[in-house]
Design a protein around this ligand. Sequence first.
Ligand SMILES: Nc1ncnc2c1ncn2[C@@H]1O[C@H](COP(=O)(O)OP(=O)(O)OP(=O)(O)O)[C@@H](O)[C@H]1O
Ligand SMILES: [Mg+2]
Length: 384
Amino acid sequence: MMIQNPSMADAASTDVAPTEVVAEFAGATKRFGAVLAADRINLRIRRGEFLSFLGPSGCGKTTALRMLAGFEAPTEGAVLIDGKDVSAVPAHKRPVNMVFQHYALFPHMTVAQNVGYGLRQRRPRLPGAEIAQKVDAALAKVRLADFGARRIWELSGGQQQRVALARAIINEPQILLLDEPMAALDAKLRGEMQRELLELQRSLNVTFVLVTHDQEEALSMSDRICIMGKGRIAQVGSPQELYDRPRNRYVADFVGRANIVAAKIIARQGGIAQAVLGNGATIGVNDLPGDTRGKAEIAIRPEALTLARGKDAVPEDTVALPARVTHRTFLGDRTEYLLMAEGIGPLQVNSPRQAASAIGEHDVGAHVRVLWRAGTGLVLAADI
Ligand SMILES: Nc1ncnc2c1ncn2[C@@H]1O[C@H](COP(=O)(O)OP(=O)(O)OP(=O)(O)O)[C@@H](O)[C@H]1O
Ligand SMILES: [Mg+2]
């Protein structure tokens, strides 16, 4: 949970040096009539990175991607690629390619015809042999070397997904945009495709921008994640930064699980705030830059808390909160406890199997103590 200097961690992930920037949203806003689909998006995309847009349905992920691709023009602000404003450049003239939410393959064409479609539209025309050779190379990259003559309806969902990928990489784009490319696949196939996609990105050395509403997918694949809500960017950071230092309640809730506890901040120094919890206990928590004295919300992850019985000794720099077990869910590798903590309210505590077997399980109704170690909680900012 603990990162010593929050302002440095934030700077590292949001500031991209100008020479590293492949594309940029500069105050990009998109209105569809009364709907504000993208609201002043500012984001620099680093050359060669794997960046994900993560957020719930309708938050503006596809809209952001379509502005980068050139299928939508921002109503205000601009989109830049390689430092140039491309707002007036049509999609087919941008060095980007997009894999759509629903692949959009041509069902009456073969796999090879689908993959070579874009190249056949080029003017001046490319020689047929060159097109065939590029199609073969693209199919080999997505492991469909022998599938060129097949019809789209003769393929599985995972294979169709690879055809869509081959079609998108054949033009050697600088940036590949992927709109929920794995949404139609079952869980196992999705895991395999995620690994393949990562390998493909490494081998092509191309910037990938992925849209997903699946937090595990975003956490496991991305160099950085841009969390969106209501058309706005809630936070940008590496998966670990977002998990360890969510800036506000929205991000804390969206990435992993978090207990959110009301507290009063009575002192703050060197990135640590002293928080008085509802039961009167005082604990040191990671602070935000800026003055947060007064009422605050503190986030604490369920795995950062541990359980102890009444007679157990309390380690140093730790508060022990009296609580009663209300629910217990055994999940194999861990047990999830729901507790009612006196003066604080409901808390979730995740106990890994090893720890649980060492202390023993706690029954529903048992009176226990929740141990909260200094430096593991985090002050949240007001919401986005
Ligand atoms: N062409 C359009 N005309 C009108 N409203 C639109 C249009 N495209 C998108 N919107 C609206 O803009 C908002 C953002 O839509 P967008 O498709 O970007 O969301 P999303 O985050 O991709 O959602 P999902 O996860 O469901 O795909 C939504 O409220 C949507 O209804
Ligand atoms: Mg979408």
